[in-house]
Design a protein around this ligand. Structure first.
Ligand SMILES: [Mn+2]
Length: 327
């Protein structure tokens, strides 16, 4: 392929020449955030990440030059952004109990879930690595369904400030705050490991404690380990230990220190530094487990947020590819 990885970039994701048909990782942008409870803007995240991706230098010996195997983004589903904008106008009414508004928002949630399920199934069946780029953290539920259906016993590594274990937050069935409550209804999901959690309700904590599939690392438990003299790598080894051989990574950018994602919808102090996040991915990627797909959600529209999001997308792509490159 006549492509200079050191040349100036524009056009495709990371400036790469690949099409979805000849790429190893295929990214679906899902500009939906109509159940977002505070600061908006993450529906513009995918466009901002695409633009920021042109600034990412492609050399990454750590994951074996992932760009060579191809990373491509498909177009956002037709009409989705417009319907999301219309639903955002209705979200206040829905919160106040307007049944029609609520029904329309739930319908968009259902459509989004169906879209990510169909896309993920298609890519997995073609032997590619699906990646969902949100939007808010309601959108990858369909991707979990498709991945679990093809890999019964799948585990999810979930990085987030929030547990997202609420039952129908604010009345919305497919709320960003409910995605793992909904995911736990998938009987073939074996394990949910949550990392960086620091903002959760009483019932969410009760569910995380009672549900044997959930292994929750709160931010303060992680800090206690570090401040007690443990190394971060040891902590990461403990974090990934309960995960089965096949893993989906679900990454809410607000799991990182908010200095790295100031424009995300619901930032919370604390969280993983960039170096810690990279070590966690490295420990997972080198553990022998297979990363079959991943999502990255809640990236804000600002250029710094998008810069961090694009770099995280590249690293996630790289480790997913590397995890599948074993003998
Ligand atoms: Mn979150």
């Amino acid at each position: 392929m006549d492509f200079d990885p050191d040349g100036p970039a524009s056009g495709g994701l990371f400036g790469l020449p690949h099409t979805p048909d000849n790429a190893r990782v295929v990214v679906l942008p899902v500009p939906v955030e109509c159940t977002t409870s505070s600061a908006g803007g993450t529906s513009s995240g995918p466009d901002a990440v695409l633009e920021a991706s042109w600034q990412v230098d492609l050399c990454d010996p750590q994951t074996g030059e992932p760009w060579r195997e191809g990373i491509a983004m498909v177009d956002a589903p037709e009409g989705l952004a417009d319907e999301d904008a219309a639903c955002r106008e209705l979200s206040e009414a829905a919160r106040e109990g307007d049944a029609d508004a609520l029904a329309r928002i739930d319908a968009l949630g259902e459509r989004t879930v169906a879209l990510t399920e169909a896309f993920t199934g298609e890519q997995l069946d073609a032997g590619r690595i699906p990646a969902i780029l949100g939007g808010d953290h309601s959108v990858p539920l369909g991707a979990f369904r498709a991945a679990v259906a093809r890999h019964p016993g799948l585990g999810i590594l979930h990085i987030d400030a929030h547990a997202d274990l609420r039952d129908a937050y604010e009345g919305f069935t497919y709320s960003h705050a409910s995605i793992f409550f909904n995911a736990l209804k998938l009987e073939q999901l074996s394990t949910l490991v949550q990392v960086g959690i620091r903002d959760y309700g009483t019932r969410e904590l009760a569910l995380a404690t009672a549900e044997p599939r959930v292994h929750q690392w709160t931010d303060h438990a992680m800090a206690a380990h570090a401040h007690g003299g443990g190394t971060f790598r040891q902590l990461c080894e403990r974090i990934v230990a309960p995960l089965p051989d096949v893993v989906w990574v679900s990454w809410d950018i607000d799991g990182l220190d908010p200095a790295l994602c100031p424009g995300t919808g619901t930032p919370v102090p604390g969280g993983l530094s960039w170096r810690e996040a990279m070590t966690l991915l490295e420990v997972l990627g080198q553990s022998g487990r297979t990363i079959v797909g991943f999502d990255l959600c809640e990236v804000g529209p600002g250029s710094w947020d998008a810069n961090v999001g694009a770099r995280l997308l590249y690293k996630l792509s790289g480790w997913a590819i590397a995890s599948q490159r074993k003998a």
